[in-house]
Design a protein around this ligand. Sequence first.
Ligand code: DAK
Length: 258
Amino acid sequence: MDEPVVLVERPAAGVGLVRLNRPRALNALNGPLMDGLMDTLAEMDRDSAIRCMVITGSDRAFAAGADISEMAQATPAEMIEMAFIARWERLRAIRKPVIAAVSGFALGGGCELALACDLIVASESAVFGQPEINLGVIPGAGGTQRLARTVGKALTMEMVLNDRRLTAVEAERFGLVNRVVPTADYLDAAVTLASQIAARAPVAAQAAKDAVNVALETPLAVGLAYERNQFYALFSTEDQKEGMAAFLEKRAPSWQGK
Ligand code: DAK
């Protein structure tokens, strides 16, 4: 029997873990793997018992990119038919926070997948890069856009024009990853971070994620107005009443997620 291409676990209360599982192909992101990943994330997004998700790969490879053998002979029409873009767009619809736990290769689509997550915990052996230029193409899942917004123009140009790869320590220095930990600990560190986020007010966590993402896509005045509306809307939640009452009563809040 073939191994499943994604493995699903619940490593801690409120945390859903999806592991990319094509180790022999360095987790190259083929159609079935992307469908499995996105179906699982969408399911976890609907599951009220899960409040934060973690995506990981193996110690050797988070993902070495989209599957080159699947694309090599494709025409533009076939690329569209493969639902390539639609699959990737599904990640943007996930409302709950998603953490990438990255070790080893995060190249091409693998780097873009990590960048599309909300936070990145990296192992010391993580390598981030956009080597598509070597294949005669450019990044297609947000690499040029998200990298430019995250690490700036100069470094992005080097990465996409000349296959400059970043070590984990460089990635942390340039603000691409949240933290770097020893390779033995990266998954535990990501799950711990996910547990902490999962224990926080769930509706507010989703609103916070949403508002930060809006910041990357709108002029400041529009973003500030959006944030303010989200802020006011949270006063319709039980969790806002509970959180503020708990503070005033000097006790821990008990979140209901509504
Ligand atoms: N695709 C298919 N197979 C891959 C692969 C990939 N991206 N990366 C590695 N593999 C396979 C290798 O072919 C090899 O398979 P066998 O020969 O054993 O059958 C196995 O994984 C182990 O790889 P190596 O033998 O090459 O291992 P090494 O340690 O020597 O080298 C490496 C590791 C990661 C440096 C090397 O495998 C490598 O350079 N891989 C390719 C990296 C790459 O170019 N990635 C970018 C691919 S293009 C879009 C969405 C996404 C994308 C575009 C558009 N839209 C929504 C529009 C994404 C595009 C890409 O990612």
